[in-house]
Design a protein around this ligand. Sequence first.
Ligand SMILES: Cc1ncc(COP(=O)(O)O)c(C=O)c1O
Length: 218
Amino acid sequence: MGSGYNVDAAYGGALVFSEKYRQLLSGIERADSITFNPQKWMYVAKTCAMVLFKNRDLLETDFRISAPYMNDTNFTNLGEVSVQGTRHADILKLYLSLHHIGLKGYDQLLNESYLLVEEFVIQVKKRSYIELASEPDTNLCCFRGRPKYLDSKQWDRWNLELQQFLLNEERVFFSLPTYRGERWLRAVLLNPYTPISTIHKIFSKIDEFYINHHSNKS
Ligand SMILES: Cc1ncc(COP(=O)(O)O)c(C=O)c1O
């Protein structure tokens, strides 16, 4: 196997289309291969995912598995250098989206994502009972409640209950990944039609949960 560095830009790769945030990808040009999924932050209907190689020959030298049922040809059959043989022309969706939304449109969509995440972070920081995992680089924000009225060992459980509450009562879904051994809520602020008022509403519901949880326990 040849050695090489792959950058997982499945999500963040979209930033190449942002005037303001493109520099967050700096250094990516040193990668030997890049994973990029326009089905994520480029709003292309699933599936549309790719791996880009700096040196295409690697596909032949390191990845090729001959398909015995194919005739010898003087070109490489794409099915021999990738997991799937037969596939949809998913790239067409990206091509058409680029035509339809355009570079300016994508730039605007990405900026709007950042406006949403900025407001989200402001709301997190306003509340002493919520902690931010880190300053977001993208439109993903990870946070967790650590209510003082509970022992820290119970915070994971509290965050799980908050996740369920938001899902059941508000139809708002935050995933609940484990990070540094603790459960965090992860918000993906992707929908450009989300009004800022929705973020405010979510946080007033989080406050409600925080207060009610306390009164239910005491
Ligand atoms: C950074 C990153 N890498 C990889 C993946 C997996 O992508 P796929 O859905 O194509 O398996 C995801 C999915 O969300 C992702 O965010």
